[in-house]
Design a protein around this ligand. Structure first.
Ligand code: ATP
Ligand code: FE
Length: 335
């Protein structure tokens, strides 16, 4: 079964071709235009998608060495995401499926970040049901009980900022480029994680809060700069390491609570922030410390990509779960 998948929920235009659960191609066109603004500008994102979508899909087919007439279905991200961005991928996928006379499959982007673990990939094991998933990305922070491919229950989530925003907004305060997550990760390796202490937010149960951390970092920097105008430059790696250490602590505390509450010890992470080397290490440490079995996706399946949309498309194809041509994008689609 050949699936063509299209992802356009935020600022990456992506297409992938999959054959029976195996990736044949996985093309992503990022949008550097947003760097100048320190965040994604929705209007510019949809325009760039419109320019990129045809070449990106073409390239995905060419790289896979598959002709569009061989395709069995077209899968696309229906939501959640930026409405203008979603509309480009949705409209394109609907037209293509209609033109080729093949089924159309709608995909939930947050389910896809989790189901990326079911892509057939050498050296990567698939988590057994039921398991816990922690999706940590630019727009979401969720702990999900995954009973089967399409039976998922969110048991905890952020009440304000997402963890990716915590990385990006802290980075902005430090004068780092956008998105700052990868650079904080890089610098954290060179710094002392215990150089500075930031208090963790107090949120009951399995929910998260990250907006307080951003404010704490802002006040901390303002205070230090008063005493030493070069404080940031002189201590950048230590600040990054300390911020990352605090964030990882928050995530791990909630994971420990979630394993206690559910009795589940198989844990999969997904989403852009799961690329973070510190988080990957902390999770691995949990195997020896708490008896967890952990699943970390291949690097290219962490930030937005269409391979994860393709695997959901394939799993839905097997269940003959298709969308109507009347389907519309949904910016706040829930799991
Ligand atoms: P959502 O999936 O919630 O709709 P999104 O699609 O915009 O949001 P992703 O592409 O999944 O988000 O993730 C992007 C986020 O991942 C950004 O906030 C970025 O800073 C963060 N990120 C990427 N790599 C790293 C890293 N190595 N360390 C920390 N954060 C990272
Ligand atoms: Fe995402």
């Amino acid at each position: 079964i050949y699936i063509l998948a299209i992802e356009s929920s935020c600022d990456d235009t992506a297409a992938s071709v999959m054959l029976n659960g195996k990736i044949l191609s996985n093309v992503v066109a990022g949008q550097s235009i947003h760097e100048a603004y320190g965040g994604v500008v929705p209007e510019l994102a949809s325009r760039a998608h419109q320019q990129n979508i045809v070449p990106v899909v073409d390239q995905a087919l060419k790289k896979a060495n598959v002709d569009k007439n061989q395709l069995n279905a077209v899968a696309f991200t229906r939501g959640p995401g930026l409405m203008g961005s979603l509309l480009v991928g949705t409209s394109f996928a609907k037209s293509l499926a209609y033109g080729l006379g093949i089924p159309l499959i709608d995909v939930n982007h947050m389910q896809a970040h989790i189901l990326a673990h079911f892509i057939d990939e050498e050296g990567f094991e698939k988590p057994p049901f039921p398991f816990l998933a922690m999706t940590i990305s630019g727009g979401h922070t969720q702990i999900v009980r995954v009973n089967s491919h399409f039976d998922m229950e969110v048991i905890g989530e952020t009440i304000d900022d997402a963890v990716g925003e915590a990385f990006d907004k802290s980075g902005k305060l430090l004068g780092l480029g956008y998105p700052a997550g990868p650079e904080i990760d890089r610098r954290a390796k060179l710094g002392n994680p215990k150089a500075f202490k930031f208090t963790k937010p107090k949120v009951d149960g399995l929910n998260f809060s990250f907006s307080g951390l951003k404010t704490a970092i802002l006040y901390f920097i303002q205070k230090e700069i008063k005493a030493n105008p070069n404080f940031i430059e002189e201590h950048l790696n230590d600040i990054c390491a300390s911020i990352q250490y605090t964030i990882i602590g928050i995530l791990m505390d909630k994971l420990k609570l979630a394993t206690k509450a559910t009795g589940l010890t198989h844990i999969a992470i997904g989403g852009g922030v799961s690329a973070n080397t510190g988080i990957r290490q902390a999770l691995k440490n949990g195997e020896a410390k708490f008896g967890w079995t952990t699943y970390v996706p291949k690097f290219e399946f962490t930030t937005d990509n269409a391979a994860m949309i393709a695997i959901v498309g394939y799993l839905k194809y097997l269940e003959q779960d298709f969308a109507e041509q009347s389907v519309t994008a949904s910016s706040r689609l829930k799991i």
